[in-house]
Design a protein around this ligand. Sequence first.
Ligand SMILES: Cc1cc2nc3c(=O)[nH]c(=O)nc-3n(C[C@H](O)[C@H](O)[C@H](O)COP(=O)(O)OP(=O)(O)OC[C@H]3O[C@@H](n4cnc5c(N)ncnc54)[C@H](O)[C@@H]3O)c2cc1C
Length: 474
Amino acid sequence: MSETFTSASDEAFGLRDHARLSFDLDADICVVGAGLAGLTVALEAARLGASVAVLEGRHIGWSASGHQLGTVMPGYSLPLQDLVERVGFEDARELWMLSKEGAEFVRANATEELMPGIAPSDGALEVSNVDDGERLIGRLQMLNEDFDTEVEGWQIDRVREQLKTDHYFHGVYYPKAFQVDGRKYVHGLAALARRAGARIFEDTPVVSIDPSGIRKRIVTPSARLRASHIVLAGNVHLGAPQRRLWETLLPVWRYAGVTAPLGDRLADAITFKGSVMDSDSVDHFRIVDGDRLMWASPETTWAARPERFAGAIRRRINAVFPRLGPVEISETWGGATGQTVHGMPQIGQLRKGLWVASGFGRQGMNTAAMAGQLIARSILFGDDRWRLFSPFELVWAGGPTGRVAGQLVGMWGRASSAAAGALARYRERARLQENLREARLAEANRAAAARPPRRRPPGQMQPPPAEYPEGEGG
Ligand SMILES: Cc1cc2nc3c(=O)[nH]c(=O)nc-3n(C[C@H](O)[C@H](O)[C@H](O)COP(=O)(O)OP(=O)(O)OC[C@H]3O[C@@H](n4cnc5c(N)ncnc54)[C@H](O)[C@@H]3O)c2cc1C
């Protein structure tokens, strides 16, 4: 089924009730934040029999969770090789397997039966901006053999058969990755959590918490709540209730847009049906509604109106796929992702009964799902696999100075990625021209060897040697 890019209405999921918490309440678990992370904790814990209250300051999926592209893949923001270097092979493998479980959780819940209109489709392709086949081979071996992940290496020709651009070189294809309508998924999670018995209160910001004692206290402007466990899933928006935790995340706003229908032009430029992302994490796109292109690229470390980036997205699409010609961006949106200093999410218990699930960066579909499951199962069953995340401590992200630095590093990263890409394309063109020249020379030599020697008319003298070889004269 193809997905349709209208805003996912709550009515479609039976969510007419936007109740604010206006009375004091007791629960086993209080979840702060109704994004992907908070709602997965709520769903899993409610399914396991706990009484759960979710407090959301705005509305369900208000930020990144309701404004993302819905690509679900294994892994984390931190590249796999860096993960191995950081924690060693065994733990890296376990962490990788957890990230796959997160993706499987999404697959099991994002079905047409449970979430009508969710439109799952298969396959994701990670493309390289530079011509580096060696690195690709190493990566494929590692994923296939050591990390039980089905992947295929695509040669340049195959990538360019599906994506008609010289911007990309080799590719890693993940046949088991998939995508869903990201906006509908977060509302679908809320509907499932409610069905399982969780209570979700919107327009209910948590202004303070007191995590001491067995029954912890949570204060909102209109009511109080008491719970044995609090799960902080507020991402970069958490603010006052845990300021020090909040300061360990660098907020990065990412913006996306979708084009007006492009007709046959799109099929002419892109035949790959899944998600595409480049190895430098600059672009992320896929086809939606049959002939529209959904594209995420620009980033800032401050909040800006997404409409401002329509031009940047349009220019980016034209730079990568010039054959598409002019495109019109008909809708834009954005959300804040939380980046940690080490690139791994924050998952664990800060003190008895006080939990954190945040910092999922650009890859929150599988990792937030995994965090939600781990925390709910730890609270209810004592599953302590979340401890695998202990090496990744809460590190201060640098406050406002960190944001400026983050923006500069991001800009530098994009500029150096663009420069590396341009250099790789230049080298490729130079190599092609060189091959052409060599072929012409070989052809000329062959022709010269085949030609019979010309006879000089009798009596004609040998010409004197030229003073300067032809073309070098001054
Ligand atoms: C353009 C874009 C495209 C993306 N594409 C993908 C993709 O294709 N695949 C993928 O895996 N990831 C993607 N991501 C990343 C993914 O969206 C995030 O990692 C994920 O949504 C984070 O979820 P979260 O629940 O931690 O945070 P959020 O979605 O930020 O949710 C946190 C919620 O907590 C609430 N809150 C905060 N503080 C309080 C408080 N004090 N009281 C009450 N409520 C509070 C907020 O209002 C908010 O609703 C994308 C992100 C963007 C922006």
